[in-house]
Design a protein around this ligand. Structure first.
Ligand code: MG
Length: 270
């Protein structure tokens, strides 16, 4: 496909999302949302008002990339031994560390969050959906990587599992669909490499420069210096408010599908 067409479609999706600023409806939020911001234009909106279903990103079969080990200047966030670099909203991180060097989401324990905060960074993280996963759409292997605790790169089983395109794997949730879909099938490991530039703010709390993110999904470019509009919101429009460095949050989603696993997580400050 012509790159110009891809860029055009991406811009079109973001324009459609921006057009939602005029919409209205009502449903309660059921997942983590950054606190502290409010926007009267969002009041009364329903979740589906910010969910786009077309065009579908083309499916791409990823190449055979080797398991990645941390470079010498990286901060290792999880190397298979323990969760010392992580906490929960209530205390210690409660996810399960497995004998094979992976960790598995514990849905009862909630999200886990890095103890350290970050500004600009390069993040490497691997995740796998169980081979025998059940469920569909957003209820099938849902998790997420929150950048600075505010902006979600979606984790989801997007192998033959259709949902709104700005909510599939490697989307900037409800803001930007991935350029293509290189998701591996359940039971195989997926890899995200995320390069993130933190926002800057004016004195009144509005963005001077918005956050920008590039995402490689199994070695394939899926977010190309994407401008993040604002915070990730399940219902309503992205919000904003001045903030400094923030942690990485991994989402424990409330869906009823079998929990996913993570391994080999490291970060480099930029
Ligand atoms: Mg999610």
């Amino acid at each position: 496909m012509c790159p110009d067409i891809i860029i055009c479609n991406t811009m079109k999706r973001q324009l459609i999302l921006l057009s939602c600023f005029c919409m209205a409806g009502a449903v309660m939020a059921q997942q983590y949302q950054p606190q502290g911001y409010s926007d009267s234009r969002t009041k009364g909106m329903a979740p589906e008002m910010t969910e786009l279903y077309a065009p579908q990103p083309p499916k791409v079969t990823p190449g055979d990339i080797q398991r990645n080990t941390a470079p010498s200047d990286a901060i290792v966030l999880f190397d298979g031994k323990n969760l010392d670099a992580w906490r929960s909203d209530r205390g210690d991180a409660g996810w399960k560390v497995n004998p094979d060097g992976t960790m598995t989401v514990n849905k009862r324990a909630g999200d886990i969050i890095t103890r350290e905060s970050f500004g600009d960074f390069q993040l490497h993280i691997e995740w796998m959906v169980p081979k025998d996963i059940h469920g569909s759409g957003q209820g099938r292997g849902n998790s997420g990587v929150y950048l600075q605790d505010k902006y979600e790169v979606q984790v989801l089983d997007s192998y033959e599992n259709e949902t709104y395109v700005n909510g599939q794997a490697a989307s900037i949730y409800k803001q930007s669909a991935p350029l293509v879909n290189p998701c591996r099938k359940p039971g195989e490991w997926n890899v995200y490499d995320i390069i993130y530039t933190a926002p800057t703010f004016k004195a009144d709390g509005t963005y001077r420069t918005r956050p920008v993110v590039t995402v490689l999904f199994n070695g394939v470019l899926v977010q190309n210096a994407t401008t993040i509009i604002g915070t990730t919101e399940y219902i309503g429009l992205p919000q904003f408010g001045a903030h400094g460095d923030g942690p990485i949050r991994l989402q424990s989603h409330g869906d009823r599908s079998e929990p996913i696993s993570y391994r080999n997580i490291w970060i480099r400050k930029l």
